[in-house]
Design a protein around this ligand. Sequence first.
Ligand SMILES: [Zn+2]
Length: 74
Amino acid sequence: MGSNCFLRQEATSEIISNVTDFCSECYETIRPSQVIFYDMSNYRFICDTCQESIDKCLDKDCESLNRKNSLLFD
Ligand SMILES: [Zn+2]
């Protein structure tokens, strides 16, 4: 299963020291060479666990299904 909404990459020391050293979703510490994902719709890095759970709530256009539903019933 692959998602177009996230860019899979390995955490380098550059990312950790220049961008972020924790997951933007669960705030877990990111360690060097850990697999992380760049969330292209929210411009943030998240861990693989969060990527998996968030991916289930996105449609193919990377839009949140929850958000879409709440708009429908607004
Ligand atoms: Zn996380």
